[in-house]
Design a binder for this molecule. Structure first.
Ligand code: SF4
Length: 713
């Protein structure tokens, strides 16, 4: 194998290009990574990417399947044959006893496109079950639902990341790339050097807010009212692009009338954002040549997150932004394959290419590619939290496979999820390490990781990339792609599956052909030659689509043959959406708001980053951010342990006093386990359209923790 090999970071959706090379023995041996000159990161890596080589020779790495006959017993090592026979037998027995849907799979947004596709096909064709969903439901689903309603298609960013540098005004809503994807900040910095103005909407004064010109600091859960308030002001000051609205959209009159309810004083009372700040913000957004509105999980992870995303899209449409050069609305996806992972059948209601499982034509197309009868395909299943909530119950999943996900840390109401996992007849977890979820399993399967495998990922921009093998996987480790094909064989359906990633990708191309996320023209060879290809790309002569919604007459990059957008009539759709209180608001027993998110040095459930020395040195434990005024009322000193309680659970962590957060709100990261699992507190209230849980706000109580003992037990 020639080294160094160009591949991409194992972590977030920026998918920074990096090289992996063997380090000289006299320099300590092992592996090292360096940032590559890729179009998104131009050589930059954050501390997570820079330290990712530590994962490649980690002493905790699983290299043998583990099994046990009872959860009271310790694991013992097993051969792959024993482990997979046990899984196949249990899946078959469970289905015979309880029905096809009693066997299921919970996937992850970090899986390659090939694995995500294979997982969806495995559940529908090998298990003939409806029970599949994945942790991306907890990440992006509200923005995806909103974009599909408004534009007819969900590609998180409908333009390349580098366009940010060409925008004159950028509004970030509930997104903090300054901490979560620092190399992306080069494009923001380049814009500011050109004289661009940046605004940030966030209850916290984040790294991104510190780099901006204007910070709007709303009460958590009130972003929708803020967006409507800004649209009210745009109408009042005649800043709406009426020609754009007339030519490219539908539904404006109803939205215009509905905005009468969002007069500035009322919006200030709801959001806490002063009217003068809103007035300044709307002028900046409306009066620049090129304006972008970029949304993130802060706006979206709510029980009304899809309506909130629609409210910001309404504002973008009224100002005439989507489809204009260096302008538009976008959402910054979080997980490494957050975009591709949601396009190819890992969601409960979807088939590859963003086709819908309930659509007869979609079923017929995909069934023909798979070589099965469309009537064999199951109906749509339930979403991620709903699946977890019903584990082990009548009508719920009884035998569950978990891949690329650590749900006892990352799911809301985490203690309840742990309890439901305990009610399963079979839990199988595939992971690199013995994660907190794997530690509960009956069977643990050791899988390959990023630099040990071939495949594709689709980054935050919709650019399909090649993940390349740079390192041989340790003996005993297998790819999830291979494991699913093997299991399908043991279930008597092996003829439909391949373990070869390029063969699987070529089948994915055919399955996605003609769908909204059309990969038909994207080959591995093209990705290599062109440094990634943007979907939709319907044939090999098509250049790919870096910029969507441009319309006829502005180049060949049309999203629809009927107009600018991928809706039936080619027009974007306005939607009337109204402010609602979060599912849970502070009261006498739980008087404060908790909001959660990512921190700079750690990633998702921390399975990898909590095992990385450089990242633990940088951030050895979680801290809860508390405003000094609130801390004084609580009698909590900086660095003291506090106990946080909600109606669902408790967590304990150290306090960091920060005058940059609202005094009625505390923030904690969600990367930690045990008594530091903040998701023990979060609220699983679901958005009606996206089924996204309300991670971003719940009511809590906070007290100084007694020293020493574990008070969360
Ligand atoms: Fe990796 Fe994301 Fe950091 Fe880039 S920004 S190095 S992709 S974690």
């Amino acid at each position: 194998m020639s080294l160094p090999v160009l591949t991409h970071c194992p972590y977030c959706s920026l998918q920074c290009g990096m090289t992996v090379a063997a380090r000289a023995e006299d320099d300590g041996g092992g592996w090292e990574v360096e940032g590559a000159n890729f179009p998104t990161n131009r050589g930059g890596l954050c501390e997570k990417g820079r330290s990712s080589a530590e994962l490649l020779a980690h002493p905790d790495r699983l290299t043998t399947p583990l099994v046990r006959d009872s959860r009271r017993e310790p694991f013992r090592e097993a051969t792959w044959d024993e482990a997979l026979d046990r899984v196949a037998t249990a899946l078959r027995d469970t289905q015979q006893r309880y029905g096809a849907d009693a066997a299921g799979l919970f996937g992850g947004g970090g899986m390659t496109n090939e694995k995500a596709y294979q997982a969806g096909k495995f559940v529908r064709v090998a298990l003939r079950s409806a029970s599949i969903d994945y942790n991306g439901r907890f990440c992006m689903s509200s923005a995806a639902a909103a974009a599909t309603k408004a534009f007819g298609v969900d590609r998180g960013m409908p333009f390349p990341l580098a366009d940010i540098a060409r925008a004159d005004t950028v509004l970030l809503v509930g997104s903090n790339p300054g901490d979560t994807m620092p190399p992306a900040m080069r494009w923001f910095a380049a814009g500011r050097e050109r004289g661009a103005t940046h605004l940030v909407v966030d209850p916290r004064y984040t790294a991104s807010a510190a780099a901006a010109d204007v910070h709007l600091q709303p009460v958590p859960g009130t972003d929708l009212a803020l967006a409507n308030g800004l649209l009210h002001l745009a109408i009042k000051h005649r800043l709406v692009d009426t020609a754009y609205v007339a030519e490219r959209t539908t539904g404006w009159d109803a939205v215009r009338r509905a905005m009468r309810q969002y007069w500035p004083d009322r919006v200030e009372r709801i959001t806490g954002v002063p009217v003068r700040v809103m007035e300044r913000a709307v002028r900046l957004l409306a009066e620049s040549r090129a304006t972008m509105i970029l949304s993130g999980r802060g706006a979206e992870q709510h029980a009304h997150g899809s309506d909130t995303a629609l409210a910001w899209i309404n504002l973008a449409l009224a100002l005439g932004l989507p489809g204009r050069p260096y302008s538009g609305w976008a959402t910054m996806t979080g997980q490494g394959n957050g975009q591709g992972g949601r396009e190819h059948g890992q969601k409960a209601d979807q088939l590859p290419g963003y086709r819908m499982l309930a659509d007869p034509a979609a079923r017929a197309h995909v069934a023909a590619v798979w070589g099965v009868d469309p009537d064999e395909l199951p109906r749509p299943g339930v979403s991620a939290y709903e699946m977890l909530d019903r584990l082990g119950t009548d009508g719920g999943v009884r035998a569950l496979m978990v891949m690329a996900s650590n749900v006892v840390v990352s799911a809301p109401r985490a203690d309840h999820v742990r309890e439901r996992l305990g009610a399963l007849d079979l839990l199988v977890v595939s992971d690199l390490f013995l994660s907190e979820t794997a530690a509960l399993a009956d069977v643990v399967l050791p899988c390959t990781q990023w630099a040990e495998e071939e495949g594709t990922m689709t980054n935050v921009e919709g650019r399909v990339l090649r993940r390349r093998r740079a390192v041989e996987a340790p003996d005993g480790v297998r790819s999830d792609l291979d494991v699913l094909a093997d299991l399908a064989g043991r279930l008597g359906r092996g003829q439909y599956f391949s373990a070869d990633p390029q063969t699987v990708f070529d089948e994915l191309r055919r399955a996605s052909a003609g769908g909204k996320a059309d990969y038909a023209g994207i080959s591995w060879a093209r990705i290599e030659a062109e440094r990634g290809v943007f979907w939709p790309c319907p044939d090999e002569d098509h250049p790919g689509t870096p910029r969507m919604f441009r319309g006829a007459g502005e180049g060949a990059e049309r999203s629809s043959t009927r107009g600018y957008f991928a809706t039936p009539d080619g027009r974007a759709r306005f939607h009337v959406v109204h402010h609602r209180e979060p599912a849970e608001t502070p009261d006498g027993e739980y008087p404060y708001r908790l909001t959660t998110g990512r921190s700079r040095a750690h990633y998702q459930s921390g399975t990898q980053t909590r095992r990385t020395k450089a990242l633990l040195d940088a951030e050895p434990e979680p801290v809860v951010e508390i405003h000094p005024d609130l801390a004084a009322r609580l009698g909590v000193a900086d660095g003291a342990d506090v106990l946080l309680r909600s109606r669902r659970g408790r967590a304990r962590m150290r306090a960091r006093l920060a005058s940059t957060i609202r005094a009625d709100t505390v923030f904690a990261p969600f990367h930690w386990a045990g008594e530091q699992t903040i998701n023990a507190l979060t609220n699983p209230a679901l958005d009606p359209a996206s089924r996204m849980p309300e991670f971003k706000v719940c009511a809590v109580d906070i007290t100084a923790a007694p020293a020493g003992e574990d008070t969360t037990a």
